[in-house]
Design a protein around this ligand. Structure first.
Ligand code: ADP
Length: 178
């Protein structure tokens, strides 16, 4: 049984996943797991979508590569997809959201191609990641947090930290009852 929770921080590219994960890791000691980087480091990449410039990840290979670690608990999984991770591994799914005009500026600053920009804008407006999270996990573990202004990151991370404290307290009680 995990003594520290596993949290997915997900959302459309540019909403602020990495900013949240880094601050949360710094404040809590939970370990940041940026899947984009891990997939490359652990040879779980199948190729690249040339048009979109995004990596094609071999999901089964990736899950095998991270399973032993994640099952220990205490990981913050950072990726723009979430439904591949088994329910039994995950304690909280945070979907970061961003106002579409603000997101447009952030993605433009990244010099995304027109197609990639449009695809990501559509995904945010259609709340694709929120739906994916709600379909894949129990609704009580899925939370949506807004990240438009810089102060939002700190406020959101405070809320997640509070949630982690509550999780630890509840799980300590469960263990003591066993
Ligand atoms: P993601 O990991 O979802 O792609 P990042 O954390 O890399 O997003 O953030 C994308 C860009 O937006 C970065 O330049 C970051 O500094 C900025 N950013 C993220 N969150 C906020 C926020 N709440 N307010 C202002 N800028 C933000």
């Amino acid at each position: 049984m995990r003594t520290s929770p596993n949290i997915i921080i997900t959302g459309t590219p540019g909403v602020g996943k990495t900013s949240h994960c880094e601050l949360l890791a710094q404040n809590t000691g939970l370990k940041h797991m940026p899947i984009n980087q891990i997939a490359q480091d652990r040879d779980c990449v199948d190729g690249k979508d040339e048009e979109l410039g995004s990596l094609l990840v071999d999901e089964d290979k990736l899950l095998d590569a991270i399973e032993d670690e994640v099952k220990q608990g205490g990981y913050i999984i950072d990726w723009h997809a979430c439904d591949l991770f088994p329910k039994s591994w995950i304690d909280l799914v945070v979907v970061i959201r961003c106002d579409s005009t603000i997101l447009y500026d952030r993605l433009e600053a990244r010099k995304y191609s027109a197609k990639k920009l449009e695809e990501n804008m559509d995904a945010e407006i259609m709340q694709v990641l929120l739906e994916e999270a709600r379909d894949a996990y129990d609704e009580e573990i899925v939370v949506e947090l807004q990240s438009d202004k810089i102060e939002d990151v700190e406020g959101n991370v405070d809320r997640i930290e509070q949630w982690i404290e509550n999780w630890k307290e509840d799980n300590k009680e469960d263990r003591e009852e066993e």
